[in-house]
Design a protein around this ligand. Structure first.
Ligand code: SF4
Length: 278
């Protein structure tokens, strides 16, 4: 159940230039500011979007939908900004937060992309709500869904992602997307305690590719933004998952199940757009 108070806003631009960790992309698209999911490892808590939020509320207790985002996206499409763009949606929210069911802002953006095709569009989510838009996703060329599945263990999932869907629902969502012909990626990021081989074997039939990352290389600050959660993992006896190199070790297990070509690692893996099916 979402605890987020809604603060609508309007924006001048929908697409913003990106870089850094997402160096393979030219733009990001965030239909919402803030997030209704409350992942305890979320590095966005440490960014100005949360630290300087004008609402005075904790992360995941506010959300600000960009009510005119599709209109502004269409304007950018008419100006030629979308053609040739490699777009990641989204890096600091989830485009399928529960509020999306009512507002349909991401859905409206997909309709814009059907008219103004980008070079590549990757939808990054953890929500089965994405299935509502499967026909729209199929209409956009070079479009795929990256789905967060950081563990095989729902006890761990409840510990780190208390408001996020169960692992089984995520696997079934990936299966439905793939069966519909939508290219799929599992983002095992940040990799959390669990049985990596069991997770790889569950994911292999339902995704085209996997990318694995850990708390150190994935938070954009060499682990500094994940300092508290890493300390908690160590205190709980799960220190392996707190350290640099966890993703590389888990990727070895995934490659033994998927083969080398379908498994990406950390920043390079996230930005390797060439291995996505078209
Ligand atoms: S879904 Fe993404 S943006 Fe939202 S709380 Fe979780 S990690 Fe942060």
């Amino acid at each position: 159940m979402s605890r987020a108070v809604v603060f609508p806003r309007t924006v001048r631009q929908a697409l913003t230039r990106t870089g850094g960790y997402l160096a393979g992309y030219s733009h990001s698209l965030q239909p919402y500011v803030g997030c209704e999911f409350s992942c305890v490892y979320c590095y966005v808590r440490a960014l100005p979007v949360q630290r300087a939020n004008p609402y005075g509320r904790a992360w995941s207790e506010w959300i600000s939908p960009k009510t005119n985002v599709a209109e502004r996206l269409a304007a950018q499409g008419r100006r030629g900004t979308i053609a040739g763009a490699r777009i990641f949606c989204a890096s600091s929210t989830d485009p399928y937060v529960p509020l999306e069911r009512k507002l349909g802002l991401t859905r409206a953006c997909l309709d814009v992309f059907a008219a103004f095709a980008p070079e590549r569009l990757v939808i990054q989510t953890r929500s089965p709500l994405v299935l509502r838009d499967v026909e729209r996703l199929k209409r956009i060329s070079h479009c795929g869904v990256s789905f967060t599945v950081p563990t095989n263990d729902d006890v761990v999932r409840r510990r780190f992602e208390p408001d996020s869907p169960a692992i089984g629902r995520r696997i079934e969502t990936l299966r439905a997307l793939r069966e519909a012909g939508v290219p799929t990626q599992a983002a095992v990021a940040p990799v959390l305690p669990g049985d990596a081989r069991a997770l790889a074997e569950r994911l292999e039939p339902v995704v085209d590719r996997v990318v694995v990352d850990d708390l150190v290389s994935g938070d954009g600050a060499h682990g500094a933004r994940s300092h508290e959660i890493r300390a908690r993992l160590r205190a709980d006896g799960d220190g392996f998952w707190a350290e640099s190199g966890a993703a590389a070790e888990v990727a070895i297990t995934f490659r033994s199940v998927f083969g080398d070509e379908r498994v990406g690692l950390s920043e390079a893996g996230f930005n390797d757009l060439e291995t996505w099916p078209n």
